[in-house]
Design a protein around this ligand. Sequence first.
Ligand code: THU
Length: 162
Amino acid sequence: MSTPASVTFDYLIHAAAHELPEADQALLQAAHDAALRAYARYSNFQVGAALRMRDGRVVTGSNQENASYPAGTCAERTALHAAMSQDPDGIGDTMAIVVPSVTGERPVTPCGICRQALLEQEIRQQGAPLRLLMAVPNGPVYEVRRASHLLPLAFDASFLKG
Ligand code: THU
């Protein structure tokens, strides 16, 4: 017997950043600024992330590349892990992700490894949602209510229990 199954999630497409609250606009600007501090000499693809914690603190990150390509890290994990190593009990509220060089209608969305790391963070903060804002500069902003929506049927610690 085969049982059909599906996973869906809702997200918002804002036509422009100015439709968002000011705090979110500032977070997107912080992500844009962070991208300009990327070390992206191999891909020349600068990515910035800005994570606002529940207490209002903002921690930014950018991609940091390496001549041994897999040793590089993405902007999202740079910001997330910096924030959590400074405050291990911190609760992430919203992460903004911006690639200044991207144009068009589709913002850059996190890679698979970063989705896994962001999912882990939601588990770490007892399921409190980590919202994502992904923007094309001067273009649309995608809003995802919780990071784990981007990783259906994910691997998590429950599998490790054997
Ligand atoms: N990158 C990020 O920092 N975040 C993403 O969401 C996608 C990819 C980085 C990794 C690498 O330094 C460069 O962008 C090209 O893949």
